[in-house]
Design a protein around this ligand. Structure first.
Ligand code: 5AD
Ligand code: SF4
Length: 437
């Protein structure tokens, strides 16, 4: 019996991969331990920005120090960062015994066992961006027994000029819809109430195939699975978001009225340099259509400040766009150059100081907006799915609305995992407060 610990960095897709790895290892009779007591540490890593990679590097540095003194723990390095610079990192850190790109996950559990038996290092790199050796395991070992992620597409073909994802995760590949539907069914049968379908661009689902079975059809089929209470999906791409998705969302109440529709910039000039494939006007017209069909929709977005060549005026366009759209939540980021992407070699890179200031400005404004929008919830009666204890406050628990807002409410331990009707009494920056009806 081996003792393992698993740490996840980055996006929800990594959480899904980690959940599958954990499940596969537990099926092999392995046991999960706190990091300090584990023989094997699995790192599921992210490359989206330099900061994400720094975190992983410093964690590996700490494990390596211990490994050099005690021969333990060994590090299993998987995911986007492993694909990008795993080979180089393994030269520096002796503790790294297995490096695997995200498309070789299916070989990882057996490879870890081989490493433990013979002590030899192994590399499972995604050299062919179309090859996929997936881990065919339903992720039943998760932190939250009531919620689960299910990946529906691998990779991305959009090649936005700032983005490392297509370089590390390879070309778009849609999973067979039967396999997705079966996985969701199995999860629901084990007590899951809420599923989130994942893809870098879920709206592109099926566009790599010829059978015409696209995202709207998948959404509809999954939403009708008996016992599934809530269905979410992320991320959407304005260029691939087809109208029939809205129709399906409107007709099926189990599909949560929440869409993450990244704009990335409010300036047409920058959008073009980012290769996003739409203008601000086209984007806004899509938002209008979404809001017409789903008036209570929660819209969230991603935006990058300080992309190469972004002038103060371009930045103001982004700032004003957020004010205009009034998103529920915006994930903001300062542009981070990624080797191998087009934007990394563009001239007119923006100074760190300027990026930091723009990020601050836009965050301040958006957090004020989010609070205003949260205050608009006061008095509304909603249903929440109770997730667990609130971070602080005796007897306080937290749940989520179908628009994914956090609501803090008085409840008890036995109610975790059940739905509760609440009236909203207060709107804060990152959460709402409510009382049971
Ligand atoms: N720098 C900053 N932010 C980035 N993102 C992707 N690549 C970069 C980068 N190089 C952001 C985008 C994307 C989100 C997942 O991360 O906003 O939507
Ligand atoms: Fe990256 Fe663009 Fe693909 Fe999103 S759509 S993963 S930002 S390349």
């Amino acid at each position: 019996m081996y003792r393992f610990a698993i740490r996840v960095f980055g996006c929800q897709m990594n959480t899904y991969d980690a959940d599958r790895l954990r499940t596969a290892l537990i099926h092999k009779n392995w046991k999960e331990y706190p990091e300090s007591a584990a023989d094997v540490i699995i790192l599921v890593t992210c490359s989206i920005r330099e900061k994400a990679e720094h975190k992983v590097t410093s964690a590996i540095g700490r494990y390596d120090l211990k490994y050099r003194n005690t021969n333990s723990p060994i590090v299993i390095f998987v995911g986007c960062m492993a694909q990008r610079i795993g080979i180089k990192m393994a030269k520096k850190f002796a503790c790294i015994k297995l490096v695997s790109g995200p498309r070789h996950l299916g070989l990882v559990p057996d490879a870890i066992e081989k490493v433990l038996k013979d002590g030899k290092r192994r590399f499972l790199m995604d050299d062919d961006p179309r090859e996929l050796i997936d881990l065919e395991v339903v992720p039943t070992e998760r932190d939250n027994p009531f919620k689960a992620y299910v990946t529906i597409t691998y990779g991305c073909d959009r090649f936005c000029s700032y983005c490392i994802v297509p370089h590390v995760r390879g070309r778009l590949q849609s999973r067979e819809h039967n396999s997705i539907v079966n996985e969701v069914r199995t999860l629901v049968n084990t007590g899951v109430s809420e599923i989130t379908l994942l893809g870098q661009n879920v709206d592109a689902y099926g566009k790599d195939k010829v059978d015409g079975y696209r995202f709207a059809a998948l959404l509809k089929e999954v939403s009708m699975i008996e016992g599934l209470k809530r269905l979410r999906f992320t991320t959407s791409h304005p260029k691939d978001f087809d109208e029939d998705i809205l129709e399906v969302m409107d007709e099926n109440t189990s599909i949560c009225p929440a869409i993450n529709l990244p704009i990335q910039s409010g300036s047409d000039r920058i959008l073009q340099a980012m290769h996003r494939g739409y203008t601000v006007e086209q984007y806004l017209s899509l938002v209008e259509r979404i809001r017409r069909v789903l008036p209570h929709v929660s819209l969230t977005s991603d935006i990058i400040v300080g992309f190469p060549g972004e002038t103060e005026e371009d930045f103001q366009d982004s700032y004003n766009l957020l004010k205009k759209v009034r998103y529920d939540v915006v994930h903001t980021a300062a542009y981070s150059p990624r080797d191998g992407t087009l934007a990394a070699v563009m001239e007119n890179q923006i100074e760190k100081k300027v990026k930091a200031r723009r990020l601050n400005d836009i965050n301040d404004m958006q957090s004020e907006l989010t609070r205003e929008l949260n205050e608009e919830y006061i008095g509304r009666e909603l249903e929440i799915l109770l997730d667990g204890r609130a971070p602080k406050g005796a007897g306080l628990f937290q749940g989520r609305t179908n628009t994914d807002k956090v609501v803090i409410v008085k409840a008890c331990e036995e109610e975790i995992g059940s739905f509760m009707r609440v009236r909203i009494t207060k709107g804060n920056n990152w959460s709402l407060e409510g009382e049971r009806i």
